[in-house]
Design a protein around this ligand. Structure first.
Ligand SMILES: Nc1nc2c(ncn2[C@@H]2O[C@H](COP(=O)(O)OP(=O)(O)OP(=O)(O)O)[C@@H](O)[C@H]2O)c(=O)[nH]1
Ligand SMILES: [Mg+2]
Length: 352
């Protein structure tokens, strides 16, 4: 799963991409715009503190630093086409340097949304015409269903609403996947503020009137940060970060919130395996069965799956050890259809 970092020229896309993927600030490597970001996870760190494993492995996110969206690239359709292949969008709104008023930031968000909607509408109309033509030649329940679904999509788009806000069944969502609709992609709005505004990071989304575009909208998140401040935080020794952040009234770096928001938008959760050898976070989609989660660790584990021993990470630490948790009766034995929960620590019992 890949998240595309998008936005207007000089909005801070590459700065944030570099920070998230651990590249040096100001490192412009145009040839490799795809990078991997580590997902910071305090739960995993707590487990590692306890087990002192030889190795600690965090979950990761794949990011792509896409070319700036310019009026010309949007008009030509090339800027928009590049967004098709990604699974989620992180839209960086450059609001630093005093160059951007709240009105302009809001207009930017609205314009991009309009472009996404317009592009999807074109695609839906074309496909719907085709399906209606086919239906004239030959009736089929599958085609009729598709025509009905496309009519709903068209109505949504004509009302200038993005497809991500449309309630669809899992079956319908699946059927749409091949279209790669742009306004269906989950989106994170990242307001990149100037250093002079860091005191107001906490309520920046309200001040920029972005809150109504985000609040209560499905698969839409927003947060404010300052890329320059994030760079300073990243350069600090671990031990000094908490105090530095507190000085700005912050509890954690914006990058951490950003990575977590993207992970959530993608519908991903983590489960853990923990031991003296390795403590590790594994990435699965929300709603994954234990059997399939076992397969993420190793395909053999799903082939020879017997049961999963499961305990919530906090509970395990409270017990002090797996053996103690077992004695307390806190370790549950779950079958292959158990839906793995975010924060579960699992041990897969297997044959062979
Ligand atoms: N003052 C200030 N400058 C910033 C901030 N974020 C980015 N910049 C500067 O803005 C310039 C552009 O940043 P980039 O990260 O390269 O922006 P970009 O969106 O990748 O730019 P393009 O790829 O050219 O579209 C750089 O000189 C950054 O140092 C910020 O939060 N505050
Ligand atoms: Mg760039």
């Amino acid at each position: 799963m890949q998240t595309g970092i998008i936005g207007l020229p000089q909005s801070g896309k590459t700065s944030l991409f570099n920070l998230l993927t651990g590249r040096a600030p100001g490192e412009f490597r145009h040839e490799d715009r795809v990078g991997v970001a580590v997902l910071p996870d305090a739960r995993l760190e707590r487990l590692a503190q306890h087990y002192q494993p030889r190795k600690t492995t965090h979950a990761t996110l794949e990011l792509i630093d896409l070319a700036a969206l310019t009026p010309a690239s949007l008009r030509a359709g090339t800027g928009i086409q590049a967004l098709r292949d990604v699974d989620a969008l992180a839209h960086v709104i450059g609001a630093f340097g005093g160059g951007r008023s709240p009105e302009a930031a809001l207009a930017e968000v609205r314009e991009l949304e309009f472009d996404l909607i317009f592009n999807d509408l074109n695609q839906v109309e074309k496909r719907r015409e085709r399906v209606l033509l086919d239906l004239k030649k030959q009736k089929s329940p599958a085609l009729e269903q598709e025509a009905e679904l496309l009519a709903r999509l068209q109505a949504q788009l004509e009302a200038e609403k993005p497809l991500r806000e449309l309630e669809l069944t899992a079956e319908e969502s699946k059927r749409l996947r091949g279209f790669q609709f742009l306004s269906r992609k989950p989106i994170l709005y990242l307001l990149n503020l100037g250093e002079e505004e860091t005191a107001g990071l906490g309520n920046a989304l309200e001040r920029y009137r972005l809150q109504p575009l985000i609040a209560a909208k499905p698969r839409t998140h927003g947060l404010a940060l300052c890329a320059l401040l994030e760079a300073e935080i990243a350069a600090l020794p671990e031990a000094e970060r908490t105090d530095f952040l507190a000085g700005y009234g912050l509890q954690e770096p914006g990058l951490v919130r950003m990575a977590r928001a993207i992970y959530d938008l993608l519908g991903l959760i983590s489960f853990f395996t923990a031991g003296e050898d390795e403590c590790r976070a594994w990435t699965i989609a929300r709603g994954t069965r234990a059997l399939d989660a076992a397969g993420v660790i190793h395909t053999d584990l799903s082939h020879h799956f017997i049961r999963a021993e499961v305990i919530e990470w906090q509970r395990l630490l409270e017990a002090g050890s797996e053996a103690a948790a077992r004695e307390h009766g806190w370790l549950r034995l779950e079958g292959k259809d158990y839906l793995v929960q975010d924060g579960d620590v699992m041990h897969i019992r297997h044959s062979g």
